[in-house]
Design a protein around this ligand. Structure first.
Ligand code: AMP
Ligand code: ZN
Length: 283
């Protein structure tokens, strides 16, 4: 078998297996795929579509200059290619300004000694938007493009912070129960066990409409430092990180906190009285 055919077969089988093993979704559900225009989320959308799931695309236009324009073009092309609906959330129209401005305002106001990282702020705001908008669209699930490398980095970052228990809230599916007000849309990560370089190869092989350049704001992220470190490890060492993750998850899952509170400020689901996004905005 040609190496490209083998990669395609293996990747698709791995994703199918993850969906089945963790019961990520079924064909009756409406799945909103959060597409950034990057290789991972574009691949997720194509695979879920190929496997016959009921998907719609959701894109947040972060208004980060040229970069966001390219991402917007890519997701529009994807929507046409698959002939599936694309919902666009324009951050400037909805929240008053682009991500760069929102983020700088938060960083300037913050009284914390260490500067809040660009990606951390952007990540919290994107998650908040995604949950709120997916609920409006009556989605059963939100699918994201998080891959094996992302998850290994997150796991290590939590260890370096001295808080491995934070990893309990990750996994191929985030289900928080009980959610009395039905405000939380479960998030699924079909690429949880697929390595980043394989996704890159797959997306190139399939000629998918993808923006390969990195976000220009992702400069000072702690994750980038961890990624550099992870890249120096051997393949076996990387796999061993995930072996630790798998066994830790099994143990922590039994005691993990699945309670949901509702933010006093915006009403969205939260772990505490005020959600992470409102905490940042008022900081
Ligand atoms: P990131 O936070 O950039 O690591 O992205 C993680 C996942 O969030 C991606 O794989 C996408 O599924 C989703 N995502 C990131 N950026 C956007 C965006 N601008 N619009 C919609 N979804 C996004
Ligand atoms: Zn809030």
């Amino acid at each position: 078998m040609k190496p490209s055919k083998k990669l395609e077969k293996n990747l698709e089988a791995k994703v199918k297996q993850t969906i089945k093993k963790y019961k990520l979704c079924n064909k009756e559900e409406k799945i909103i795929v959060a597409v950034s225009g990057g290789k991972d989320s574009t691949t997720v959308a194509c695979l879920l579509y190929k496997f016959g799931y009921n998907i719609e695309l959701f894109h947040i236009n972060l208004k980060i200059g040229d970069y966001s324009e390219k991402c917007l073009d890519a997701v529009k092309t994807l929507s046409k290619l698959l002939n599936v609906k694309l919902h666009i959330y324009d951050i400037k129209k909805e929240m008053g300004s682009g991500m760069c401005y929102l983020r700088t305002a938060i960083q300037t106001k913050s009284k914390l000694k260490t500067k809040l990282k660009n990606c951390a702020i952007c990540g919290v705001i994107k998650k908040w938007i995604l949950n709120k908008e997916a609920r409006k669209l009556k989605a059963d699930k939100i699918a994201t493009g998080h891959n094996l490398d992302d998850e290994a980095q997150t796991f290590l970052m939590n260890i370096f912070k001295g808080s491995p228990q934070l990893s309990a809230n990750t996994g191929p599916v985030t289900r928080n129960l009980p959610d009395k007000k039905a405000k939380f849309t479960p998030r699924i990560k079909p690429l949880f066990y697929v390595a980043e370089n394989n996704i890159k190869e797959y997306s190139k092989l399939k000629n998918l409409p993808v923006v390969y350049e990195k976000c220009p704001c992702a400069l000072d992220s702690y994750r980038i430092q961890v990624r550099k470190f992870v890249n120096t490890l051997t393949e076996t060492e990387k796999q061993n990180i995930m072996k630790n993750f798998d066994s830790l998850i099994k143990r922590i899952e039994k005691i993990k906190d699945t309670r949901i509170e509702y933010c006093e400020v915006c009403g969205e689901p939260a772990r505490n009285k005020v959600c992470k996004k409102c905490n940042l905005v008022k900081a």
